[in-house]
Design a protein around this ligand. Sequence first.
Ligand code: NDP
Ligand code: DXP
Ligand code: MN
Length: 381
Amino acid sequence: MKGLCILGSTGSIGTQALEVVRHMKDEYKVIAITAKSNVELLVKQAKEFKPKYVVIMDEEKKKYLEDKLCNMGIKVLTSLEGMEYVVTLKEVDIVLTSVVGMIGLRPTIQAIRAGKRIALANKETMVVAGEIIKKELKKSNSEIIPVDSEHSAIYQCIDDNDQKSIRRIILTASGGPFRGKKKSELINVTPEMAIKHPRWNMGKKISVDSATLMNKALEVIEAHWLFDIDYDKIDVIIHPQSIIHSMVEYIDGSIIAQLGPTDMKIPIKYALEYPKRTKGICNYLDFKTISALTFEEVDYETFECLKLGYEAGKIGGSMPLVLNSANEEAVRLFLEGKISFLDIPQIVKHAMRNHKVEYNLSIERILEIEKIIREYVNSIV
Ligand SMILES: NC(=O)C1=CN([C@@H]2O[C@H](COP(=O)(O)OP(=O)(O)OC[C@H]3O[C@@H](n4cnc5c(N)ncnc54)[C@H](OP(=O)(O)O)[C@@H]3O)[C@@H](O)[C@H]2O)C=CC1
Ligand SMILES: CC(=O)[C@@H](O)[C@H](O)COP(=O)(O)O
Ligand SMILES: [Mn+2]
């Protein structure tokens, strides 16, 4: 029986992870679950999965949770410190990082230091602190198994002992809800339109990122750190069906791809049970229903965020952090109706152009720069 801590249990990935656990109660015991403010769902989850701890970021909601859960002996913690604490519990074997945004950074570092398996969905953390995370991993017996569908695919296509034979990694992108559109057609895009992803049902922030192709930018940087691969060897191709989740091309010309239904329970389950594979909790792919697998070039002019992602990744140091912090803030402002869809890449670009890159960052400096960038974004809108 493996002990599980789910950071962000009330979100899209978190609820799907609990769905996996619901089917595998003999294999996994939920030790801790966390949320930002959704106490109603957190209480429901706590009553069903009976964790030892629940953590709520919003401190004002602690009393509500205590009233609902104290008779079950469940402890209620708050804030980032609460998250940092529960990931280190000795009963926890696996930490699923499914919070959204770089708020996941500190708990992820603590989980690595405590030697836990990280089932990594929270890509922003890898983007802003890839270098530090790699160093921390070397010092501990922790491991990262990717949950992001593309990275899970690549993980499954790479032979660990044959890294040198990789010619390139090919990340697939659905193209998002605005595939094929030009900038002039995107002027009046609303949040409702942007979060309508053609293939996946996800949280709002990642859905907007998919629409701008910033999601793919973050994934390029995530792949660079996870697989130790140069940016020149990471390609992106639009694949609207989202059936091929990504591919690895080897120097002899062979390409190994991972395919599957668009169901995040598959990579979540894979990251929990790796290296084992057990019966799926999904509909299996039926090739008779698929008429074509198609591919298109990325339109880098319309979807500038992907170009900015490569640029930030190649510069390295603090630039991916700036890209991510500016994007998180811009997406929040867009979802609140305060800026337009096309402002998002412009804001990120301004933040990058205005930043003097720094190298060898500490966690403290990362958090300082994040604050500076968020303030900068708010000062220019
Ligand atoms: N959804 C998907 O299919 C995929 C997601 N990912 C990545 O996984 C991560 C989670 O995405 P997704 O599940 O879609 O996101 P959601 O928005 O659906 O869920 C986010 C979760 O994090 C919690 N949360 C949000 N902000 C904070 C905060 N400041 N402090 C603490 N907890 C917080 C939320 O709590 P509350 O509910 O209370 O707000 C919720 O539990 C992201 O990094 C995303 O890029 C990667 C691949 C696929
Ligand atoms: C499910 C998943 O991993 C998402 O990151 C997904 O890939 C988003 O789709 P696109 O960014 O390709 O539109
Ligand atoms: Mn993905």
